[in-house]
Design a protein around this ligand. Structure first.
Ligand SMILES: [Zn+2]
Length: 68
């Protein structure tokens, strides 16, 4: 679950740091299609699954912000 926090560094690099109205998917470098595919691939292997769940959950939660 630590990786879920690490990906938040992406948000800290953004300006402003937090904007609830903004969709972060496709905005931050770690929230684009290629990294997301990488996070999903982490789910396949049991050893990296926990990492993948943390990262995918983060993307999912950020994605919900895009829908509202
Ligand atoms: Zn995020």
């Amino acid at each position: 679950m630590l990786a879920g926090l690490l990906i938040d560094v992406d948000h800290l690099l953004a300006d402003p740091i937090y904007d609830a109205e903004r969709c972060s998917i496709g905005f931050h470098p770690l929230h684009t299609t290629l990294p997301i595919v990488f996070y999903l691939m982490l789910l396949i292997h049991p050893k990296t699954r926990a990492l993948g769940i943390g990262l995918s959950l983060h993307i999912l939660l950020d994605g919900i912000d895009c829908l509202i």
